[in-house]
Design a protein around this ligand. Structure first.
Ligand SMILES: Cc1cc2nc3c(=O)[nH]c(=O)nc-3n(C[C@H](O)[C@H](O)[C@H](O)COP(=O)(O)OP(=O)(O)OC[C@H]3O[C@@H](n4cnc5c(N)ncnc54)[C@H](O)[C@@H]3O)c2cc1C
Ligand SMILES: *[C@@H]1O[C@H](CO)[C@@H](O)[C@H](O)[C@H]1NC(C)=O
Ligand SMILES: *[C@@H]1O[C@H](CO)[C@@H](O)[C@H](O)[C@H]1NC(C)=O
Ligand SMILES: *[C@@H]1O[C@H](CO)[C@@H](O)[C@H](O)[C@H]1NC(C)=O
Ligand SMILES: *[C@@H]1O[C@H](CO)[C@@H](O)[C@H](O)[C@H]1NC(C)=O
Ligand SMILES: *[C@@H]1O[C@H](CO)[C@@H](O)[C@H](O)[C@H]1NC(C)=O
Length: 484
């Protein structure tokens, strides 16, 4: 690394951060010195923490904003019972080290694989709430054949994308197909009958998949997940949260929950971070390396004293809205699931499945008699939880008013749990990719002792972010023991 690379960031951090962090204002007990500071304790951050400390003998501190580890994993336990329902992350694929990770944390896999409760799906017109008359769902054979074709298509690109984009081709060598609108590719390769299955799993392309860059579809539903669908997903016995409870039990002396970074200084030789917990206490973290597993949105990155290249990349994200929850809906048949779809899918226009600005599902879940549904909302534009719940209620009300649901008794959606998963996503912009976005993004890895993992950097699944983390850690650790 040249002199320039070392000096420039130092200078800019001095200039930008007029009031540099004052070490002297922290008591000795409030200074945490570690090899690696990890930000975010969801799938990737928790995995990185376990591997760094237990396999690489690196000292760590893991900083998580919530009061528990788990990220997109959400579990609701029915009060007074031991019955728990996963309403965030559902299942996993046997990809990379996923099975080993469950095993080493002492979490047994369900020998039946992933087995959600069976229900009869009813498709409704999202605009009118009426039954979606004339909609022909593809047969499972048609769906599977289309999925086979898509799997073959994605296989070509796995070397560029799985796990992660380290070897992604430079702009002038990107395969043309990846930059075409997905609608063209779907027609050419006859992927349409798989669209309902693909979008149910990947939650991708709200607002319409036809104009989605094919690269973004492969990122959301690439070869590893297509293989996962073919071979069957896996799921732990008990709830998906047990893995994170076990990890917390193991790591807890090195975990700061309900905490966020409020100020940071980074240089090639290490970072200094002020971490504040929700009770207001502040501590100073001094670490040789920083690993950011939370999404690199401008908001999340704001305390880290961004330079121009970082600001440039982190200003480009688009946003997506997701809310998941568990609700008691006593007035509808508990063995039905409801899916609200745009009318444009009738009779068999499967590429229109995401055309509306949002999609809503109520999936029958929980023990028979509990009247519980998993509420699953995905939207092109994110909204605060209260507004999303209002939009869910009015969509449901339209179906009641239309008399579609054979309701009995009061029709209220009574939430037992809900969780906001609004996120940043890669922009759907061919020009951006052609201008070298992937290279600029990956060029940020390792700058000023800062490394990244998580689903902004690879495919959007737990097994993928774990496998990706395995590719980041050796790079991050290079020269660590020598660093001051
Ligand atoms: C509703 C839903 C269902 C899903 N279902 C599946 C599924 O069935 N199977 C699957 O494999 N994948 C599923 N996914 C994909 C999921 O994104 C990945 O499985 C995985 O959770 C990604 O891990 P991650 O570490 O990148 O992010 P996360 O798990 O989101 O972890 C990020 C962590 O960082 C924390 N954080 C954020 N900002 C800060 C901050 N400023 N400071 C400190 N901490 C912060 C967050 O609280 C969170 O704990 C689902 C996603 C959603 C939204
Ligand atoms: C682990 O790291 C500690 C502290 O740096 C060191 O004392 C110890 O010898 C290391 N152990 C192994 C097995 O490398
Ligand atoms: C829940 O499980 C625990 C431990 O297995 C057990 O002690 C307890 O009685 C169970 N509670 C209920 C309500 O079943
Ligand atoms: C579906 O596929 C299976 C296995 O490939 C085959 O046995 C069956 O006949 C097919 N069904 C229809 C209706 O084509
Ligand atoms: C739902 O299905 C279960 C199991 O098949 C059955 O016992 C129950 O009566 C059904 N409920 C309704 C409302 O049909
Ligand atoms: C309502 O009842 C009718 C007649 O029994 C039935 O055909 C229809 O599927 C039911 N709809 C729902 C949503 O249960």
């Amino acid at each position: 690394m040249g002199r320039r690379a070392c000096l420039l960031p130092l200078l800019s951090s001095i200039v930008a951060n007029v009031a540099a962090i004052d070490k002297g204002s922290f008591l000795r007990d409030d200074v945490i010195e570690k090899d690696v500071a990890i930000i975010g304790g969801g799938a990737s951050g928790t995995y990185a923490a376990v591997r760094l400390r237990e396999d690489y003998n690196a000292s760590i501190v893991l900083v998580e904003r919530d009061d528990h580890l788990s990220g997109h994993v959400n579990t609701h336990t029915i009060p007074g019972t031991n019955t728990s329902i996963n309403y965030g992350v559902q299942s996993y694929m046997r990809y990379g080290g996923a099975e080993d990770f469950f095993r080493r944390m002492g979490v047994e896999l369900d020998p039946r694989g992933y087995s959600p409760r069976r229900s009869t799906n009813i498709n409704l017109d999202v605009e009118t709430g009426k039954a979606l008359a004339g909609f022909i769902t593809p047969s499972s054979n048609e769906t599977n054949a289309a999925l086979d074709r898509w799997r073959e298509f994605t296989k070509k690109y796995t070397r560029f994308m799985d796990p992660g984009y380290w070897d992604f081709p430079p702009p002038d060598a990107i395969p043309e197909e990846l930059l075409l609108p997905f609608g063209e590719i779907a027609q050419k390769y006859k992927i349409e009958p798989a669209m309902i299955r693909i979008t149910n799993i990947a939650g991708v392309g709200q607002g319409g998949v036809r104009d989605l860059m094919t690269l973004n579809m492969v990122a959301a539903f690439g070869y590893p997940v297509a293989e996962g669908v073919k071979n069957g997903f896996i799921a732990p016995l008990g709830s998906n949260s047990v893995l994170y409870q076990r990890a917390y039990d193991l790591l807890k002396n090195d975990v700061l929950l309900s905490s966020q970074i409020v100020e940071g200084e980074r240089s090639e030789s290490g970072v200094r971070l002020v971490v504040q917990s929700t009770d207001g206490t502040k501590k100073l973290i001094k670490a040789k390396r920083l690993l950011i597993s939370a999404q690199p949105s401008l908001e999340n990155m704001q305390p880290f004293d961004l330079d121009e290249a970082e600001t440039d990349v982190y200003s480009t994200w688009a946003r997506s809205g997701t809310l998941v929850g568990i609700a008691e809906i006593p007035c509808i048949n508990e063995n039905n699931s409801l899916t609200f779809l745009p009318k444009a899918v009738v009779p068999n226009n499967y590429l229109a499945v995401k055309d509306y600005p949002y999609q809503l599902r109520f999936d029958s879940t929980g023990p028979v008699g509990s009247k519980l549904f998993r509420v699953f909302w995905t939207a092109k534009d994110p909204m605060p939880v209260d507004e999303t719940k209002k939009a869910i209620a009015s969509t449901f009300q339209r179906a009641i008013d239309a008399g579609t649901l054979n309701t009995t008794g009061t029709c209220e959606i009574s939430y037992k749990a809900a969780s906001d998963h609004n996120a940043i996503i890669w922009k759907n912009d061919v020009g951006l990719i052609k201008s070298g976005f992937v290279q600029r993004l990956y060029g940020l890895q390792g700058k000023r002792a800062t490394w990244y993992t998580g689903w902004s950097w690879t495919a959007h699944y737990s097994s993928n972010v774990w496998a990706y983390t395995d590719t980041v850690l050796p790079r991050l650790l290079k020269g660590l023991k020598a660093a001051v």
